[in-house]
Design a protein around this ligand. Structure first.
Ligand code: Z5A
Length: 213
C-alpha cells in the first residue's frame, strides 16, 4: 500500500523544525514507518541546489532562475527519495514542498501561478501531498523568533512586505482546497500548537483508516 505524504509549511520562524520532531514521535507511536526530508534539498544533488538558492550573493537571482532551481531540486528529490519511499509504503514528512513555491515564488515574487502549475504538473505528474499543515503566524512574530539564529540566508534578507505576501499566499491556498490543509495558529504556546497538530494528524489518520475499511 502507498504511504502518505505529509508536508509542513509556513513563513519564516513559524516552528516547522520544532514541530517536525513532534510529528515524528506521533508516527513512531502509531508504528508507522516514515522518512523525514526537506525542500529545497533531500538528496546530495538537491542539497547542492539548496545551497545555491540560499547563499546570499551580490549577483541578483532572476525570478525564473529561482523558480527553475526549486523545481530542478524537486524533480531529483521526488525521483530518488519521495516516490520510492511512498511506493514502499512509508509515510513521508517533508519540510516545505510545492505550496512554498506558490507562496514564495508566486505570491512573494509575483510569478505567474499558471506557469508554476505547468511546472508542478511536469515534475510531479499526479503526486500531491495528502495532508499539508500550515503553521500560521503574524510575520513579525516569526521574524522575531527566527532572529535569534545565525546569519540570515538570501530569503531571510527579504522585507516584511515580502513575507506578508507569502503568508497571504499560504492562506489563499488553504482557503481554495480546505480538504488537504490544516491551518494551525502557531502564535500560541508550543503545547497548544502541538495539541492542534496532534488533532489534525489524528483526524487525517482516522480518515485514511476509513478509506482502507
Ligand atoms: N523556498 C521557496 O522559496 N520556494 C520553495 O519552493 C521552497 C522553499 C521549497 C528555506 O526554507 C527557504 O526556501 C525558505 C523558503 C524557500 N526561506 N525562508 N524564509 P527553510 O524551511 O529551510 O527555512 P525557514 O523558513 O527559515 O525554516 P527554519 O529556519 O527551519 O524555521 P522553522 O523551522 O519554521 O522554525 P524553528 O527553527 O522550528 O523555530 C524558530 C524559533 O522559534 C526556535 O527558536 C523555536 O524554539 C521557536 N519556537 C517554535 N515554536 C514556538 C512557539 N510555539 N512559541 C515560541 N517559540 C517557538
Amino acid at each position: 500500500m502507498q504511504g502518505k505524504f505529509i508536508t509542513i509549511e509556513g513563513t519564516e520562524g513559524v516552528g516547522k523544525t520544532t514541530n517536525i520532531a513532534f510529528i515524528q514521535d506521533w508516527l513512531s507511536d502509531k508504528n508507522i514507518g516514515f522518512l523525514s526530508t526537506r525542500e529545497p534539498g533531500g538528496t546530495p544533488l538537491a542539497e547542492e541546489i539548496r545551497s545555491l538558492l540560499l547563499m546570499p550573493r551580490t549577483e541578483t537571482v532572476c525570478d525564473t532562475t529561482e523558480l527553475l532551481l526549486m523545481f530542478a531540486g524537486r524533480a531529483q528529490h521526488l525521483d530518488k527519495v519521495v516516490i520510492p519511499a511512498l511506493d514502499a509504503g512509508q509515510w513521508v514528512v517533508c519540510d516545505r514542498f510545492t505550496d512554498a513555491t506558490y507562496a514564495y515564488q508566486g505570491f512573494g515574487r509575483g510569478m505567474d501561478k499558471t506557469l508554476i502549475a505547468h511546472l508542478e504538473q511536469l515534475v510531479q505528474k499526479e503526486l500531491r501531498p495528502d495532508l499539508t499543515l500550515i503553521l500560521d503566524i503574524p510575520v513579525e512574530i516569526g521574524l522575531h523568533r527566527a532572529s535569534k539564529r545565525s546569519t540570515p540566508d538570501r530569503f531571510e534578507q527579504e522585507q516584511v512586505s515580502f513575507f506578508d505576501r507569502v503568508r497571504e499566499g499560504y492562506l489563499c491556498r488553504a482557503a481554495e482546497n480546505l480538504d488537504r490543509y490544516a491551518v494551525i495558529d502557531a502564535s500560541k504556546t508550543l503545547d497548544e500548537v502541538q495539541a492542534a497538530i496532534h488533532s489534525a494528524l489524528e483526524d487525517f489518520y482516522l480518515q485514511s483508516q476509513r478509506k482502507i475499511d
